[in-house]
Write a protein that binds this ligand. Structure first.
Ligand code: SAH
Ligand code: SF4
Ligand code: F3S
Length: 473
């Protein structure tokens, strides 16, 4: 058995890609190990969305320099978005790297590893750079890689991601994703359904559809157009699947039909992630997000009208080029008005290769970005806490994921230990439970709440009187 070590950063797409790569290498006789020192092959699945994410990978690569010098036979590979963006530059910064593979070429990893083992030297497999070919060529060079599934690589065996779309064509000016992941392409509905059925066979109960703008999903076949709502209806019928989620939504494509589908399908989670990014029209325009603040409010009204119990989360970038204090205060107002379940807040990081990097100056000082980040987070946390407290005394239905982080940290030995799971609206719940609850839907009575967590207790089960069949006389 060859030993494989893999480290993954970035978004859910990368988590899924790592699952696929591990599954394909298992077929080639690899097994996972816990450290680079024990490994024959070391892979980094990387992210380029902010500079910090890239610097961390280069720092981790630097730590392997010695190891590689003393064990030249170990293979070091860089895959994912930074591999696509930096390509051969990776070798300049880390000459001892053997392999660079973009997210659209992952299917080649087994073959490239064999070539390196046969003495073929450094290998690079990346997709075409946008504008470096015909649309169709570029599209084909970004292949979706979803051949095999590996339940052991998932956060839990009963929850899985399912890619319905690759790439992005929105070109928000700050964002590198359209360059690293290529043109937006929807996967065929039949392929998605077959994969959902396979996941159900593996015991998966919850499927999360993935796409950079998942609700823009469109697949055209002759005169038949399939949308996200159609996919939800299709997969809803798959026996064994109990919950359906989808991330990330593009605010402009949150249609009435999609929301009605979320409302009408009982297995559909009422959690929506629809990043606003900013509460200022001037900033949204420079970001080229394609909507105004009032469009965003109209979307929120639509959500609340059609799916009153929905919980919405958002992403924000603070300190984008030219963001004034007034712009920022408008973002604070938007958060206060929308009362998101939670917000992911990021400081703007210039990405070479984006329109934002050439058009605008990164003119908000770092300390101002930090302050705005903290201020917005404090506003959001207060809202999360207040809204979570509204759950006190209520029963929620939880899909049990397993022992909580705290239980693992405390090294509690099962089966009685603190358990965790999520509600249908994606709130995290913990309670004193039993390991055997994992994978089940359970009713939990909430008795306390913080901004991130609901604390509860499992209700005592109603005891059904035994029905004894009397012998017929
Ligand atoms: N496809 C998703 C998110 C992609 S990246 C969407 O469109 O919503 C995840 C988040 O990272 C974004 O929502 C944005 O808030 C943040 N982000 C993207 N580029 C960034 C940059 N250059 N600097 C800081 N944050 C960034
Ligand atoms: Fe990036 Fe915008 Fe595409 Fe999201 S929609 S991946 S932020 S370009
Ligand atoms: Fe990062 Fe690529 Fe995802 S840049 S956020 S890993 S799509």
């Amino acid at each position: 058995m060859k030993q494989l070590y893999i480290e993954t950063v970035g978004c859910q797409m990368n988590v899924l890609d790592s699952e696929m790569v591990v599954a394909s290498l298992r077929k080639q006789g690899y097994e996972l190990c816990g450290s680079p020192a024990a490994a024959d092959t070391i892979l980094f699945n990387t992210c380029s969305v902010r500079e910090h994410a890239e610097e961390k990978v280069y720092a981790n690569l630097a730590k392997l320099k010695q190891l590689k010098a003393s064990h030249p036979e170990k293979i070091i590979g860089v895959m994912g978005c930074m591999a696509q963006k930096d390509q051969r530059l990776v070798f300049e910064r880390a000459p001892y790297v053997d392999l660079v593979v973009g997210p659209g070429q992952l299917q080649r990893i087994p073959e490239l590893l064999s070539q390196i083992q046969l003495g073929g030297g450094q290998q690079v497999a990346v997709s075409l750079v946008r504008k470096d070919g015909y649309q169709e060529q570029i599209r084909r060079s970004h292949e979706t890689f979803d051949p095999l599934r590996d339940p052991t690589m998932r956060p839990t065996p009963f929850q899985a991601y399912l890619r319905i779309q690759i790439g992005c064509d929105k070109f928000c000016t700050y964002c590198i994703v359209p360059m690293t992941r290529g043109p937006e392409q929807g996967r065929p509905p039949q392929v998605i359904l077959a994969e959902a059925q396979e996941l159900a066979r593996q015991g998966c109960k919850e499927i999360t559809f993935l796409g950079q703008t998942v609700n823009s999903y469109k697949f055209v076949e002759g005169d038949k157009v399939t949308r996200l709502a159609d996919l939800l209806e299709m997969v809803h019928e798959v026996e064994g699947i109990e919950r359906l989620k989808f991330v990330t939504s593009y605010p402009k494509d949150m249609t009435k039909r999609l929301l009605e589908t979320v409302r009408d399908l009982p297995k559909c989670s009422t959690y929506l992630n629809a990043p606003a990014q900013s509460g200022s029209d001037a900033v949204l325009k420079r970001m080229k997000r394609g909507y105004t603040v009032s469009d965003y409010y109209a979307m929120m009204d639509r959500i609340h009208e059609i799916v009153p119990e929905a919980s919405v989360s958002s992403d924000f970038i603070v300190g984008f080029c030219g963001e004034t204090e007034q712009d920022f205060q408008q973002t604070v107002q938007l958060v206060e008005r929308c009362r998101f379940k939670n917000s992911f807040i990021f400081k703007y990081s210039v990405r070479p290769g984006t329109r934002g990097a050439t058009l605008y100056e990164d003119d908000v000082p770092e300390e101002v970005k930090i302050r705005r980040n903290n201020e917005l987070l404090a506003v959001q946390n207060e809202i999360s806490q207040a809204d979570n407290l509204k759950f006190l005394g209520r029963r929620v239905e939880v899909l049990v994921e397993g022992p909580s982080k705290m239980s693992i940290k405390r090294d509690e030995q099962g089966p009685i230990r603190q358990m965790t799971g999520r509600t249908n609206c994606d709130r995290i719940v913990v309670w004193e439970g039993n390991e055997r609850q994992a994978g089940n839907l359970l009713s939990v009575l909430i008795h306390d709440a913080s901004s991130h967590t609901l604390f509860g207790a499992v209700e005592t089960m109603e005891v059904q009187p035994d029905v004894v069949a009397l012998p017929s006389l």
